[in-house]
Design a binder for this molecule. Structure first.
Ligand code: GLA
Length: 396
């Protein structure tokens, strides 16, 4: 006769073995189902969310030119608003004083017009990706305040009036604030003074009185930066200048746990009469390296550490699911405030081309978006689809 204790142990082991096996089978089949069998021709985020807010993506040059059929289909079927990831930044559209390059933006305007996308111009005035010549004279010395204001006006006037009635809205000023809410030290601030922000809004409004005008920044969950943003808005209003909304960038990660603070910013901006937009959403699955700043400061560049690049080959299903849950929670917050939020834009189309693969550390493999490296919808996509469907079902 078998020892009863062994029998029980053997039975428990068999049972445990069966549970593990069935978990593996269901994990594999659900991963296949969710990663590779979701038929997006039947599903459209823009239609599903149409009664709540616009939903869109930032696209790169190849995507503007529709070089790849699959990503082109995502752009037209899933999104009703577009932003250029880089092509409208100063260094691209106005590389030299007497040279503008409108080719990609013209193409983007054509794409958006044909597909009725709400087009956001990103960005007119920023401290980054702006060529040095803007701030220097022919000898490399800093230009005068007058000359910099003239260059700013020429730039804004030329671009905004060219696309008047075609670009619906502009990120007029990007990232003017430090995390503590004070104005960021930049050449714009150094040479023109704090009024550079008001001047940019004034010039943009003069060039297209109908375009919506926004201030855009990261880390707007921080109470000090929220306050700094409100001060910008109030100061523009006090000068009778038009500002329509605030873009909260939304470069988050699985370890970002301050959605309650994000919510306070949504409420505060809406109470100030601003449209609220989430303009650059992506959810990194990687740890943020130890740096002085935890924000989305684009100048952070940490040397590659392999231990901080754990998913170079593949993303484990558990993390894929964790990210889907994160996206679901984030979109729950967006839906809760759908009366204040008028747009949600992802910063990129698929994991393959996301800037998060190279920031804040170059050469990592990240998975921050809704579509994988084969252009297939991920669990995160399913999560926000299911969320909206169940939200709609619960409506009285
Ligand atoms: C900031 C800018 C964007 C982009 C991202 C990184 O958030 O606003 O234009 O450069 O950084 O791609």
């Amino acid at each position: 006769m078998q020892n009863p204790i062994l029998q029980i142990t053997g039975g428990t082991m068999k049972y445990t073995y069966l549970i593990i096996l069935s978990l593996i089978i269901s994990a594999c089949s659900s991963s296949n189902m969710q990663n590779y069998n979701t038929d997006i021709s039947e599903l459209s985020l823009k239609e599903l969310y149409a009664d709540s807010f616009l939903i869109g993506a930032a696209i790169n040059k190849g995507q503007i030119y529709q070089e790849d059929k699959q990503t082109a289909a995502i752009v037209t079927s899933q999104y009703n608003t577009l932003t250029a990831e880089n092509e409208m930044k100063w260094e691209k559209i106005h590389p030299l004083e007497n040279e503008y390059d409108f080719a990609s933006t013209d193409k983007l305007v054509e794409l958006s017009t044909n597909n009725k996308h709400f087009l956001v111009g990103h960005t007119l005035i920023w401290h980054f990706q702006t060529p040095d010549w803007v701030f220097e004279d022919s000898k490399g010395n800093p230009v005068s305040r007058e000359l910099l204001l003239k260059r700013m006006r020429d730039h804004i006037q030329t671009i905004v009036s060219r696309y008047r009635g075609k670009v619906d809205a502009w990120d007029v000023v990007n990232e003017a604030l430090n995390d503590d809410g004070t104005l960021r030290k930049s050449k714009w601030l150094d040479i023109i003074g704090p009024e550079y922000i008001a001047k940019a809004f004034e010039f943009a409004h003069a060039a297209d009185p109908d375009a919506a005008l926004y201030y855009n920044d990261y880390n707007l969950f921080d109470a000090r930066k929220r306050q700094g943003t409100l001060e910008i808005v109030r100061s523009l209003k006090a000068q009778d200048l038009k500002i329509d909304g605030i873009g909260i960038q939304g470069h988050y990660g699985l370890d970002f746990d301050k959605l309650d603070e994000v919510e306070k910013s949504i409420i505060a901006f809406a109470e100030e009469g601003m449209q609220v937009m989430f303009t650059e959403v992506d959810i990194s699955v990687l740890k943020f390296p130890e740096t002085e700043s935890q924000g989305a400061d684009i100048s952070i560049d940490v040397e590659l550490q392999n231990e901080l690049n754990p998913f170079a080959k593949k993303l484990p299903l558990s993390v894929t699911q964790q990210q889907a849950d994160y996206y679901r929670n984030l979109f729950e917050l967006f839906l809760k405030h759908r009366d204040s939020i008028n747009r949600v834009t992802f910063w990129g189309l698929t994991d393959a081309h996301s800037w998060r693969n190279d920031w804040p550390m170059k050469g990592r493999t990240d998975y921050p978006l809704l579509f994988d490296r084969n252009n297939k919808p991920k669990q995160a996509f399913d999560a926000i689809v299911k969320l909206k469907k169940s939200f709609d079902n619960k409506k009285p």
